[in-house]
Design a protein around this ligand. Structure first.
Ligand code: LLP
Length: 463
């Protein structure tokens, strides 16, 4: 494709008074390390490299669009989380963010546990050799068949989400002569400061059993009364992409209060609490995420303090980060296609993917960054909207960003921080073929989830 300069779109100066985008970075060629995975850098020619491999080679070998996952960064983040929480806590990676058999093996090697929330995730975990006792099984509507498989596999815990499920799991465990370890998921009534669709601790939603009105205490009463259940603790997940630790602190305090009530009523000190996942990551330079050691310290301090004042032994803490581990470790590589400048507004840059590989912008108004990565450019910044090739105008990948004004069809651009909830929420809309996930490490790249093919599409369409 032509690399000639495209007729420049509107310059940022024309439109800076409108919209809610940040001003362009002083130098668009500089990659902000906050949003890119750790081994990303530019080579001498200005092209982005990850794990020592340049994007031109990656695009040629694996095609675009594609997700490139920085394996050593993923492993380093796993280690940072488990070291931050130490031997008296457990880190469960939330597989819904992104799961594949390679990821399961990395988790095992790095000593993490795994949270699964469907039969499909459970199968992937077991197939890749995850030990069942390191698996937690979640979900607000687990099917009987899923519960049966989880119990038969011997998962380390099932997180009970409703009164009906307490009975269902107890019955299935009893019929198999098993005493199933369980936690009860409670909603603590915290309004997490995040998008409505990913906030989960307020009461008016489908997950968990409310602490309010003694509902959770009643659930504990019932679970303790069933021999086939071993109630090991209480679980609370307040939502996702949260930066403010205050919500976690309130949640921890309320869960410890419930432990104290349980001790007073039943003479039992439940040994574990799980504070869920939800820690935010940097999608743009404006985001300032906390480091795992700060999070671990804040959570363990509050639990220890609350337990001391309630006269409880400090329970074992577990957490379930998904996004905070995998999110920053991958970027999506796209090839630029049609460029449509709109005088006085912005320039629409179409890429070869879109809402089928990243639905988060359309669904949650999520913000992303973007950079020209096949080369550097000294052209001035132009305000762009990066859009996909799908048949709807909400098909936006990056709503407002700046790219060099000499951007041309055939250039490669990349959107960082797409490791979480992009491939796992990808769709076949418009019969798009879901992109591959390529793991890159120490100069080697290998496909861990292959690109979908038209044969895959036709195989499901049985006529
Ligand atoms: N634990 C439980 C019980 C959860 O429901 C979730 C996420 C996590 C842990 C992991 O949360 P994380 O650390 O990844 O934020 N699709 C949305 C996110 C939905 C999260 C659902 N539950 C998004 O793209 O932002």
């Amino acid at each position: 494709m032509s690399r000639s300069a495209h007729p420049a779109g509107p310059r940022h100066a024309d439109v800076l008074t409108e919209g809610h985008y940040s001003a362009p970075a002083a130098d668009l060629n500089v990659l902000d390390e906050k949003v890119w995975s750790r081994t990303v850098t530019r080579d001498a020619d200005g092209a982005l490299t990850v794990g020592g491999i340049g994007v031109a080679r990656l695009a040629e070998e694996f095609g675009t669009p594609a997700y490139f996952l920085d394996e050593s960064d993923f492993r380093a983040r796993c280690r940072a989380w488990s070291e931050a929480f130490g031997p008296d806590a457990d880190v469960f990676y939330a597989g819904k963010a992104f799961l594949s058999r390679a990821v399961v093996r990395w988790l095992q090697e790095e000593g993490l546990h795994l949270d699964v929330c469907s039969g499909g995730e459970l199968t992937t975990a077991l197939d890749a050799g995850m030990s069942a006792e390191r698996i937690a099984f979640h979900g607000n509507n687990k099917t009987v068949a899923e519960i049966e498989r989880a119990v038969e596999a011997g998962v380390g815990r099932i997180v009970l989400d409703s009164f009906q499920e307490i009975v269902r799991v107890a019955h299935i465990a009893r019929s198999r002569g098993v005493r199933q370890r369980v936690q009860i998921r409670v909603t603590v009534g915290v309004e997490a400061h995040t998008h409505e669709f990913i906030a989960t601790a307020h009461e008016d939603q489908k997950f968990g059993i409310a602490l309010a009105d003694g509902q959770a205490a009643e659930a504990v009463r019932r679970a303790l009364g069933l021999d086939s259940l071993e109630l090991i603790g209480i679980h609370s997940h307040i939502g996702s992409q949260i930066f403010d630790m205050a919500g976690f602190e309130v949640s921890a305090r309320r869960v410890v209060q419930l432990l104290a009530e349980v001790r007073d009523e039943h003479g039992v000190e439940l040994p574990e609490i799980d504070l869920g996942g939800g820690l935010g990551i940097a999608y743009t330079s404006d985001d300032d995420p906390r480091e795992p050691h700060e999070i671990a310290k804040a959570l363990s301090d509050i639990v220890t303090r609350e337990c001391e004042s309630a006269g409880l032994r400090t329970p074992r803490i577990s957490v379930e980060p998904g996004r905070a581990i995998v999110g920053p470790t991958a970027f999506t590589l796209y090839e630029v296609g049609t460029i449509k400048p709109l005088e006085g507004l912005r320039t629409y840059v179409s890429v070869d993917g879109g809402m089928s590989d990243n639905i988060r912008t359309a669904l949650y108004d999520a913000e992303y960054s973007v950079a020209l990565v096949s080369r550097t450019s000294d052209a001035e910044p132009m305000l762009v909207r990066v859009v996909g090739k799908h048949c709807e105008s909400g098909d936006i990948v990056v709503k407002d960003a700046f790219l060099p004004a000499d951007l041309a069809p055939g250039d490669l651009i990349a959107v960082p921080a797409t490791g979480a909830y992009c491939r796992s929420m990808a769709s076949n809309y418009n019969h798009a073929l879901r992109p591959p996930v390529v793991a890159v490490r120490d100069g080697e790249a290998r496909v861990i989830v292959r690109r979908e093919t038209e044969e895959d599409l036709l195989r499901l369409d049985v006529g």
